[in-house]
Ligand binder design. Sequence first.
Ligand code: HEM
Length: 151
Amino acid sequence: MSDLVLASLHHLIVFGLAAVLAAELALMRPAAMSPGTVRLLGRFDAAYGMLSLAILAVGGVRVWHGAKGADFYLQNPMFWAKIAAFGAVGLLSIRPTMRIAAWQKALKADAAFVPQQEDVGKLRRIMLAEVHVFALIPIFAAAMARGVGFS
Ligand code: HEM
């Protein structure tokens, strides 16, 4: 039963992450920035941070208290490939998060603040890379769950 609850939570958080990432990417357009968009990006990015911590916590509990036992995952290269992809997404998200936080500060000082188009374009490219690496995670997850590479 707890495995079912953990698996359900895991999926809900994963869909939440994908939705927030897609929303941020849709908002991150150089020619369409407004103070309202900057504020929304701040809210979505905070949600993204919280969901990332939540997936790490729920994923960790699944590894150590899931139905298959920790060894099934820890000795599986697909698990580590998945964690590496998750880590890469995390690293890629550092710069966008820092810039979005700086924009929130700028917005507090000047209610009409909009970021420079060049800055927005750079972050968009980073977020596109993030989406592509993110797409690898469920592929590794499906292989991992089926014991591909497990010895
Ligand atoms: C954005 C991050 C993540 C995504 C997109 C993701 C995606 C998935 C998906 C789609 C499955 C179902 C696989 C299947 O049954 O075919 C799954 C299962 C699982 N994930 Fe994640 N996951 C993420 C993060 C994590 C993290 C950080 C951990 C561990 C620290 C983790 C541990 C697990 C475990 C233990 C399972 C159960 C596999 C099984 O049924 O044997 N996940 N994940």
